[in-house]
Design a protein around this ligand. Structure first.
Ligand code: PBG
Length: 331
């Protein structure tokens, strides 16, 4: 027998105790953010392409928030479903202080002040065409005109009491404009979670069904503002700009197909980095689990742990409440 290095990585894997000791990444309920769809009707309404996810009235939202608090999930992210008659070309409903999102924020903050509330800053739920901004005559999403509306929307969310505003629109310069407007109005504690590296992904399909922007959008896409899935350096530039402009946290979206981007962002900037495990990722796991093809609990926890391992500090995931329950059972 030739000389042997005596390296046997399997020694450390042999027993539960040494596997536990060498484990690098630990997923906890502190890492989870629950996205919630809120509608203006009563009760709950299922989202067909996202089994287990429902659109909630404000009353039902409070019930979900209670569960989140009970499970120690730190924060919710709100996504309003706008009634078709409230949609317009100028997206005015987005900055209505009495709008659905604003009312939902106030209801949440008065009942559960300790629960973090994150709002989505983008115009797609409010525009008749389903794009995230205002269009010029050629149908191009105008940048600076859109940013003006986003600023009004973010201010209206902050006034309602949102802890975190999360611009998901991908316009240029919006973080800086929103940050100065917040400071000027005295909202110095409002955090900005920038969707910095948001890709023009086909994995958002079920979300667009859930908020009703799919029909409005039709065959159009968002490639003139969301990023090309083929790019990585561009994500670094977007993150650098958002941080320079005053973002407190940055996000990569979607999750699993973009873990290389998460790792680059975390290594290069070392700032609080979040990942959105998006609707299509949820739908894939759920569909396979419902067919008995995958073990839902094991696969969801593996996917979330992998996102953490890649460098995410926190994850927006539709599995948040289930995952929090599974983690509690395992503790
Ligand atoms: C809206 C927005 C989208 C998502 C979050 N905010 C959709 C889009 O950009 O078309 C997608 C989330 C998901 O798929 O779960 N700007």
């Amino acid at each position: 027998m030739s000389s042997h290095p005596y390296a046997r990585p399997r020694r450390m894997r042999r027993d539960e105790f040494s596997r536990r000791l060498m484990r690098e990444t630990v997923l906890t309920t502190n890492d989870l953010i629950l996205p919630v769809f809120v509608h203006g009707h009563d009760g709950r309404e299922p989202v067909a392409s996202m089994p287990g996810v429902e659109r909630l009235s404000i009353d039902e939202l409070l019930r979900a928030a209670e569960q989140a608090c009970e499970l120690r999930v730190p924060a919710l992210a709100l996504f309003p479903v706008t009634a078709p008659e409230a949609k317009s070309l100028d997206a005015a409903a987005a900055f209505d202080d009495e709008g659905l999102c604003q009312r939902a924020v106030r209801a949440l903050k008065s009942r559960f002040p300790q629960l973090g509330v994150i709002t989505d800053v983008a115009l797609d739920p409010y525009t008749r065409h389903g794009q995230d901004g205002l269009l010029d005559d050629s149908g191009y999403v105008m940048n600076d005109e859109t940013v003006e509306v986003l600023v009004k929307q973010a201010l209206s969310h902050a006034r309602a009491g949102a802890d975190v505003v999360a611009p998901s629109d991908m316009m240029d310069g919006r973080i800086g404009q929103i940050r100065s407007a917040l400071e000027l109005e005295g909202h110095v504690h409002t955090r900005i979670l920038a969707y910095s590296a948001k890709y023009a992904s086909a994995f958002y399909g079920p979300f667009r069904d859930a908020v009703g922007s799919a029909a409005a959008l039709g065959k159009a896409d968002k490639q003139t503002y969301q990023m090309d899935p083929a790019n990585s350096d561009e994500a670094m530039q977007e993150v650098a700009l958002d941080l320079e402009e005053g973002a407190d946290m940055v996000m990569v979206k979607p999750g699993l197909p973009y873990l290389d981007i998460v790792r680059r962002v975390k290594d290069s900037f070392g700032v609080p980095t979040f990942v959105y495990q998006v609707s299509g990722e949820y739908a894939m796991l759920k569909a396979a689990a419902m067919n008995g093809w995958l073990d839902e609990r094991a696969c969801v926890l593996e996917a979330l742990t992998s996102i953490r391992r890649a460098g995410a500090d926190g994850i927006l995931t539709y599995h948040a409440l289930d995952a929090a329950r599974w983690l509690r059972e395992a503790a």
